[in-house]
Design a protein around this ligand. Structure first.
Ligand SMILES: Nc1ncnc2c1ncn2[C@@H]1O[C@H](COP(=O)(O)OP(=O)(O)OP(=O)(O)O)[C@@H](O)[C@H]1O
Length: 348
């Protein structure tokens, strides 16, 4: 198996007496990829991570990392490092002490310890803080120390368990970029767990969407957002309106009577995922919709529109004053609407 992925997961599953936390799951991750496991609470993300770490035993299946089978190895034998939500820094050790701890435990020679620490300090921009204690650092700085502490171990795989969820919104956004830059600099393979779809979309090479112990879909953020196969993914990644329509010849008749282009050659009943940016609301006394309200977000306006008996969201750039509630609008198609795979039955 010469072309084996850096991380290969085959049929991995975990059952408890009364529940299946993870149904048999396959996943290949390439060297250097940044993969996110995304799903609602209870979908099996932590169970997945715990089996990778070796702190939970799989009920079945296999894990290979860097060519070696690891699923029966104890955690300390696996070359995997984890960055936790709570950072888990040692409060009584300086930054330097925190970085050296794991290396000392592993009896890495002193000169090699120094080389690795200097490298991690440089790429995580921790130079000014090496002598400080964790309590003398901001949340973001502590997070960087936690990451540096993982990097010095030179892991084959880096796991992140919701590392930004304790931070405020602004800092979270800055740190997303920073984490990603560091991931690229380190060049390692990363698996990141979150229930925050914005985080997953803005950071990942690929997202693994999970629900109720199963992988629903895997793909790039763009593909999963624009062309999800399932209703679950369509709903979980950003805003959408799911509607039933009648398709034929690359067009669909929408419930409010309008014909619009679709991205499929399907004919007959289909379910569509309509993203807000797919429809341009334009003031028109004969339009098919009525604005029932709007959210002004600065860069865009999201309009709630009632078209027939469908409530949908249509967005527009916020360069002009918003269209007031009560106005009649035409809905102009900006892009072919996406047909979902699981199209049978009601879209709601
Ligand atoms: N020790 C256990 N015994 C029985 N059931 C468990 C055990 N651990 C987890 N489960 C169940 O397995 C399922 C998946 O749990 P898991 O913690 O992996 O979800 P999660 O996606 O990480 O959720 P969260 O985001 O809330 O941490 C849940 O239904 C949970 O109740």
């Amino acid at each position: 198996m010469t072309s084996m992925a850096h991380l290969r997961i085959a049929g991995l599953t975990k059952s408890f007496a009364d529940a299946v936390a993870l149904h048999p799951t396959d996943l290949d991750v390439e060297q250097g990829e940044f993969i996110t496991l995304l799903g609602p609470s209870g979908c099996g993300k932590s169970t997945f991570l715990r089996m990778l770490m070796g702190i939970a035993a799989p009920s079945g299946g296999a894990i290979w990392l860097a060519g070696a089978r690891i699923d029966a190895m104890p955690p300390e034998k696996r070359n995997i490092a984890m960055v936790f939500q709570s950072y888990a820094l040692f409060p009584h050790l300086s930054v330097l002490g925190n970085l050296a701890f794991g290396l000392k435990m592993k009896k890495v020679p002193k000169a090699e310890q120094e080389r690795r620490i200097a490298h991690a300090v440089r790429i995580c921009n921790l130079g000014p803080y090496v002598a400080r204690m964790p309590r003398q650092l901001s949340g973001g700085q502590q997070q960087r120390v936690a990451l540096a502490r993982a990097i010095v171990m030179e892991p084959d795989l880096l796991l992140f368990d919701e590392p930004l969820s304790n931070l405020d919104a602004k800092l979270r956004e800055t740190l997303r970029e920073e984490l990603l830059t560091l991931h690229r600099r380190v060049g390692g393979t990363s698996i990141y767990v979150t229930h925050d779809q914005d985080e997953a979309m803005s950071m990942s090479d690929r997202i693994v969407v999970m629900n109720e112990g199963r992988v629903v879909e895997t793909g790039t953020p763009f593909d999963l957002y624009r062309a999800p196969r399932s209703r679950f993914t369509a709903r979980f990644l950003g805003r959408t309106t799911l509607v039933d329509a009648l398709a034929g010849k690359g067009m669909a008749r929408l419930p409010w009577g309008q014909m619009m282009p679709i991205d499929s050659a399907a004919s007959g009943p289909v379910a569509l995922s309509i993203r807000p940016e797919d429809l341009d609301p334009a003031l028109d006394p004969d339009g098919a919709g009525v604005v029932t309200g709007f959210q002004f977000l600065g860069s865009a306006v999201f309009y709630h529109v009632l078209a027939g008996d469908i409530r949908l969201t249509a967005s527009a750039p916020a360069r002009e004053a918003p269209i007031p509630a009560g106005s009649r609008v035409a809905l102009i198609s900006r892009a072919p609407l996406h047909v979902l795979d699981d199209s049978a039955g009601a879209a709601s």
